[in-house]
Write a protein that binds this ligand. Structure first.
Ligand code: SF4
Length: 308
């Protein structure tokens, strides 16, 4: 079907189902264009909490749709591509986490939202890349087991006096696809550009940046900055969002290879099919939902940080 007709079909189905479409900023451009809201996973979950829509179609990866389902147990949460997972979230399982907890019985467990509902349920508290430092510093305990992203954990450790134990997980997009050489090359090509990077990047990249922050913090930084050019060290989908909100500024990907394959699995065709067939519904077992919600709510009580 032609793209225009497909978009018309999606709009019609959306009305029929009383649905909203929310899309992560790493999604394909054409999906971000048709979404009712775009942003990071937590912002989107908050949107989902405040909507009157009966159906939430989450264009992202599974852990994001799960978070929306945990926070909105009375709504139908759909994910258009059931195989959209996250290799970072997959580096940890509840049994491995329980084992680590036994090794460090005094530690409090802080899990990055990029983890499964089961891991959130096994944690004391959740955090996002925007509020991770605040979350860790809010705890009175000295020892923190930070899971699953070691780069974000290391970034947090450099901003706190606490003893942060790292999990050996990483996001391949940020850890492997963006190299120091790429940034050096881009800086030569665009000497006036500010380098903005995500804290999931390794230390070497972090040390080269003018600004380090979550996708929502990057967006804020760019809109407030007097600079006109930016080298963006995160998944390339973010460039659509930055260009859309700042059409007068110029953005260059730190690496064209920074692509999350799982994020790109969602297509317009799959969105139409999802609304038509009402699949794939994301459901979290009640026992896990209650515990995961507790960890998420504790974080939400600390500070409403993400804005977009
Ligand atoms: S960008 Fe990285 S953390 Fe995000 S979904 Fe893809 S693999 Fe997971």
């Amino acid at each position: 079907m032609e793209k225009e007709n497909l978009i018309k079909k999606i709009k019609k189905l959306k009305r029929k189902r009383e649905a909203i479409i929310i899309a992560h900023v790493y999604q394909r451009d054409e999906i971000q264009k048709i979404a009712d809201f775009t942003g990071d996973s937590l912002f989107l979950s908050r949107v989902a909490m405040n909507t009157k829509a009966k159906v939430i179609l989450f264009c992202g990866v599974r852990f994001m749709a799960e978070t929306a389902a945990v926070l909105n147990p009375d709504k139908i949460v759909l994910i258009p591509e059931k195989n959209a997972g996250c290799p970072l979230a997959d580096t940890i399982t509840p049994s491995k986490l329980k084992e680590k907890k036994r090794e460090y019985p005094e530690a409090r467990v802080v899990s990055y939202v990029n983890s499964s509902a089961e891991i959130k349920a096994e944690s004391d508290l959740c955090c996002t890349s925007a509020n991770a430092i605040e979350v860790v510093n809010s705890l009175k305990e000295e020892q923190i087991l930070f899971v699953p992203d070691k780069n974000l954990g290391r970034f947090v450790a450099s901003h706190t006096d606490k003893d942060v134990i790292l999990w050996d997980g990483f996001c391949y997009v940020h850890h492997l696809c963006i190299k120091a050489e790429d940034i050096k090359e881009m800086k030569i090509k665009h000497p006036r550009a500010k380098v903005i990077v995500h804290p999931e990047c390794p230390e070497e990249i972090i040390n080269m940046a003018d600004f380090i922050g979550s996708t929502s913090q990057m967006a804020d930084y760019v809109s407030k900055s007097n600079s006109q050019e930016f080298i963006v060290g995160t998944e390339i989908g973010m460039l659509f969002n930055l260009k859309f909100h700042n059409p007068e500024k110029r953005f260059y990907p730190a690496s064209e290879k920074a692509i999350c394959e799982d994020m790109k699995l969602t297509t317009l065709e799959k969105i139409a099919s999802s609304l038509e067939k009402m699949e794939y519904q994301v459901k979290v077992p009640k026992k896990i939902e209650i515990k995961a919600k507790k960890s998420l709510n504790k974080m939400l009580e600390i500070k409403h940080e993400n804005k977009r």
